[in-house]
Design a protein around this ligand. Structure first.
Ligand SMILES: [Zn+2]
Length: 279
């Protein structure tokens, strides 16, 4: 299997196959994943076989129950956010937003937490796994902008600002072997509760209203389109299963294997930005 380079004849051919699927199904339920944002410089978790490329991300249990794990998370996030928070939408985000403007998208459900679809002008988006640009208090449910919390983290941890590391998925950075127990994590200044990024961690369930909104949209859609996701996580895979049970055709544009490969009526193994940019 090989990547389809942007602007190539192969990308144009793949885009034509995808366009045929889109034209045949006027109302699409679209599910997007990390493969859409890699061209914006945000790494993904999975290799071409759908396995982990790296250590699996922090779980809710570790974040809440282990102060060292929590400090390590925020120290790495302090470094990773600087580039994550500055990422810009790419051709794939723009093409999907254009599809919505043409009235072809029943609902767009993203597994990404970067807000880049909204930044590209996409309006009806369900952030299945939340948003990294918000921080939430686990005690009083107050939410605050991440940019403000970043300022707090920087104020308390001046000596950590000199560190840099390679970007990891979800605004994380590969910072290792440091005295994380010395990293200061401010608590909620209203109630003293634990602050957590407003994203769904591993070991945490997706809020029910998001699943319900997505399920309703899928029921009304003619077909499902998966973009840039291996569907290895059940929270996304379940929609492919539901579409298959309802006998709705499913197409996937993804570089590598997906968990739903046996359910697909069209599979395009290619880079999202290259193919969607050629649509
Ligand atoms: Zn609070």
């Amino acid at each position: 299997m090989n990547a389809v380079p942007e602007g190539s004849a192969a990308a144009a051919a793949a885009a034509a196959r995808l366009a045929t699927f889109i034209e045949a199904h006027p109302r699409l339920f679209v599910l997007g994943g990390a493969g859409i944002s890699t061209a914006s410089g945000i790494p993904d978790y999975r290799d071409l076989d759908g396995g982990w490329k790296r250590t699996p991300p922090i779980t809710l249990q570790a974040f809440v129950g282990d102060a060292f794990a929590r400090s390590r998370y925020w120290a790495r996030s302090l470094v990773g956010w600087r580039r994550f928070g500055a990422a810009q939408p790419n051709a794939a985000h723009r093409a999907l937003a254009a599809l919505e403007r043409r009235g072809r998208v029943a609902l767009f459900v993203t597994q990404n937490v970067d807000g880049l679809h909204q930044a590209a002008g996409h309006e009806a988006v369900v952030d299945l796994h939340g948003r990294l640009d918000r921080v939430r208090c686990l005690a009083c449910e107050r939410r605050l902008p991440r940019v403000r919390f970043q300022q707090e983290l920087e104020r308390h941890n001046q000596d950590w600002l000199a560190f840099d590391a390679l970007d990891a998925p979800d605004g994380d950075a590969d910072l290792e072997g440091l005295a994380f127990e010395r990293f200061v994590v401010p608590d909620c200044d209203e109630c003293g509760g634990l602050l957590k990024p407003d994203v769904v961690f591993f070991g945490e369930s997706v809020p029910r209203e998001r699943v319900e909104r997505a399920t309703l949209a899928l029921e009304e859609a003619d077909a499902m389109l998966v973009v840039g996701s291996s569907l290895m996580v059940y929270s996304g895979y379940r929609f492919a299963r539901a579409a298959a049970q309802a006998r709705k055709p499913i197409a996937a544009l993804n570089l590598g294997r997906t968990r739903a490969d046996d359910l697909l009526s069209l599979k395009i193994e290619a880079d999202c930005a290259a193919v969607l940019g050629a649509l």
